[in-house]
Write a protein that binds this ligand. Structure first.
Ligand code: 7TS
Length: 405
């Protein structure tokens, strides 16, 4: 099944420097299948109008398509109610929404917020800003040398003052899948709310927010074959209902007078202004595509590729791999350095060979400091990558070693 998948993605017809494109930067963003591109085109060609306002045919169609996309998202992550699905611009906005709307209402002086040492800046900086503003304290769950969270110490980190634990489902640098269920159970028994950054998990792990029982779950459409500019915040209904709006303006109101405004019901209360309508519809098409392939199959594929990649790359002399050396509980993300070669130099050699990888701190400077490095090279795999892509990666690593000894 996976052999044919590249054909669904028009970008793979492109040549880079006369070579076949090998795209290994999926943790940053994924390529788009024809069906997502066609859905966007179809929306603009046939159904484009603003939603929830007009009582004419086009607006009704656009509204219907937008709300159908919301229902697809609900089903995809197994939320109980459609109102619990808020569309945003992406993970960053989803987390900021919670930090501003829930955080400013619930965090007080002296409270504590727990994050982990492996967070993307999106799930760290908003909490740092909130903690500073409210004179609250930020605490970190440490990682061990292989990049696993040291959750045995969680009990001693949790206190009566811990209002929130915010952590990533899968690390964007190490690929580690965190034991969410165990962590959420512990946090809840302490009366602590849990926000999960699912940006790197939803694309290839079957996620069931009801089963996980997390309070908030954030992710981005563009990392799961969907368009840029659309993301999701899942929140438990009772929490979302109790929260004030994040942004205010059109569409999120019930009634406005000169003196006061009452808020619209969920989910509109959190969707101020004209939303990325076509992008939401495109995300719905991406979800249909992922469901057709099957999330379980995608996760298996991811495991096959990372197992193969680890095996091949471990054999390269002088390579330093960050994160677990075994594929268990690891998504398709591989961070590495080769001797003293700067990852940016490495990325340029890769580019010449038509291979797109990432180099830098991956917006996780706290993690990189903990790992004792400023930057790494990172290859991240998705459903259209195959063993030939891994072979090419290793071939170019060996070439780079010759060019930059
Ligand atoms: N959280 C995690 C775990 C991420 O990996 C990213 C983006 C974000 C949040 C932010 O997502 P956004 O869609 O709001 O930008 N990660 C990366 C990356 O690893 N390389 O480029 C972007």
């Amino acid at each position: 099944m996976f052999k044919e998948i590249k054909k669904d993605f028009p970008i793979f017809k492109r040549k880079i420097n006369g070579q076949k494109l090998v795209y290994l930067d999926n943790a940053a963003t994924t390529q788009k299948p024809q069906i997502v591109i066609d859905t966007l085109k179809d929306f603009y060609e046939h159904h484009n109008a603003n939603i929830h306002r007009g009582i004419y045919r086009l607006s009704e169609e656009a509204t219907e398509l937008y709300e159908t996309a919301r229902e697809k998202v609900r089903k995809f992550i197994e939320a109980k109610e459609t109102e619990e699905i808020i569309f945003t611009r992406g993970t960053t906005e989803s987390i900021n929404l919670v930090a501003y709307a829930w955080g400013r209402q619930n965090i007080e002086k002296g409270d504590e917020i727990i994050v982990t040492e492996m967070e993307h800046h999106s799930n760290l900086v908003p909490w740092q800003v909130l903690a500073k503003e409210k004179e609250a304290t930020l605490k970190f769950i440490p990682i061990d040398n292989e990049g696993h969270l040291q959750i045995t110490g969680l009990d001693s980190l949790l206190s009566k003052k811990t209002k929130l634990l915010a952590l990533t489902h899968v690390s964007n640098v190490l690929g580690v899948v965190n034991p969410l269920k165990e962590i959420i159970t512990k946090a809840h028994s302490n009366g602590t709310r849990v926000l999960v950054d699912g940006a790197q998990a939803v694309p290839y792990l079957p996620v069931d927010v009801s089963e996980l029982d997390c309070d908030f779950y954030a992710f981005s459409g563009h990392k799961m074959l969907g368009p840029t500019g659309i993301g999701v915040l899942y929140g438990k209904k009772e929490l979302l209902e109790a929260m004030p709006p994040f942004m205010s303006g059109g569409d999120m109101i019930e009634e406005v007078t000169k003196e006061r405004t009452t808020w619209n019901d969920l989910p509109a209360k959190f969707e101020a202004g004209t939303m990325p309508i076509a992008q939401a519809v495109g995300l719905g098409a991406a979800i249909d595509y992922l469901n057709d392939v099957g999330l379980e199959n995608i996760w298996q594929h991811e495991q096959t590729i990372i197992t193969y990649a680890l095996e091949k790359i471990k054999a390269v002399p002088g390579i330093k791999i960050y994160g677990p050396l075994e594929p268990k509980d690891k998504g398709g993300i591989l961070s590495f350095n080769i001797g003293e070669i700067h990852p940016h130099d490495l990325a340029s050699i890769f580019d010449e060979a038509g291979v797109a990888i990432r180099a830098g701190h991956h917006c996780a400077q706290v993690l990189l400091n903990r790992l004792g490095t400023q930057a790494t090279a990172r290859a991240s795999f998705y459903l259209y990558n195959d063993q030939a892509d891994v072979d090419k990666l290793v071939e170019v690593i060996n070439k780079a070693k010759e060019l930059l000894p």
